[in-house]
Design a protein around this ligand. Structure first.
Ligand code: ZN
Ligand code: ZN
Length: 306
């Protein structure tokens, strides 16, 4: 890690330790209010296919004003123009924009930032999908340190972009420099006792934040999902196991549950819960997992250096 980043991280930690809980909550509220304001401006423009950053239509490409909306590829954006974006916007700005468009289109499920799918060798691995476009942001520990003894011995990340499933930008095309601000945020985020939590605001929530929230109130979530037949727009997969007594569940109870499911449109598991409510010998357990419709993280194979 670079010396100046390390020092800045230490200074930040010292500063936050001095803050009272009240002060840090206030700070969080201010940040939250700024995000909300910016995000509602974003949505207002997004609905008209306009970009809130530059004010232009998504189909406009103005060479003089490189803008992140180019990445939606509704304009004639070419691969060789990509460095113009990374010169102007840093990793957190690019991430925020991609998360916001994906979230505006269909909620958390098109943002796969799940920790359990991220390899240990990585600083981050995130795949974001929007309509026919898929972006993957990838950084290994080696990238973050810089590839020693090469021309890319500086902290960087890699980017892949696919359109209709076809490669448009490859991971190896660019080594994208992190800004100082990026580096500081990453270092603080990885440091559990830094007291620093980066948020992309409510409009930037991904699957990981979503699963974290569910973990806080699983019962509330299950009750809600089961009674609506609409488990959070398909972001989460519910799998239930019904375990009956020795002799099995009586056939009339099964029929009753099936009839109830047909008539009410609620899930079968919900109806089993209702029908078997007073039966102590029956247990129903439910497992929550990210649904199949969450895009898989596009994996980058790192070339072994000799
Ligand atoms: Zn724009
Ligand atoms: Zn690299």
């Amino acid at each position: 890690m670079q010396e100046d980043i390390r020092r800045a991280a230490e200074a930040f930690k010292k500063q936050t330790r001095k803050l009272s809980q009240e002060e840090s909550l206030k700070h969080f509220d201010i940040q939250r209010a700024q995000y909300d304001k910016e995000h509602s401006e974003f949505i207002k423009q997004y609905e008209h296919k306009n970009c809130y950053l530059c004010g232009k239509h998504f189909k406009t490409l103005s060479k003089a004003e490189p803008c992140l909306h180019w990445l939606l590829r509704m304009c004639k954006f070419r691969k060789k123009d990509f460095p113009k974006l990374t010169e102007k916007f840093d990793f957190y700005q690019i991430s925020a924009f991609l998360r916001w468009v994906a979230n505006a289109e269909c909620g958390v499920k098109n943002i796969n930032n799940l920790d359990e799918e991220c390899s240990d060798r990585k600083v981050f691995e995130i795949t974001v999908k929007w309509k026919n476009v898929e972006w993957t942001l990838d950084c290994s520990k080696n990238d973050f340190e810089g590839h020693k003894g090469t021309r890319t011995e500086f902290p960087h990340w890699h980017f892949q972009m696919r359109i209709d499933g076809k490669q448009f930008i490859n991971f190896n095309d660019y080594h994208i420099r992190f800004s100082k601000d990026d580096q500081l945020k990453i270092v603080l985020e990885k440091d559990r006792d830094s007291g620093f939590i980066h948020s992309f605001g409510p409009g930037g929530l991904g699957m990981q934040e979503h699963m974290d929230r569910l973990a806080e109130d699983p019962d509330g979530f299950i009750a809600n999902a089961m009674s609506t037949n609409n488990p959070v727009e398909g972001a989460v997969h519910l799998q239930s196991f019904v375990k009956g007594p020795e002799g099995g569940i009586p056939i009339e109870k099964i029929n009753q549950a099936m009839k109830m499911a047909r008539e009410t449109g609620k899930t079968l598991v919900h109806c089993f819960r209702e029908v078997l409510r007073d039966d102590n010998e029956v247990s129903i357990s439910t497992i929550l997992s990210p649904s199949e419709s969450v895009p898989e993280i596009a994996k980058r194979s790192e070339r072994k250096r000799r």
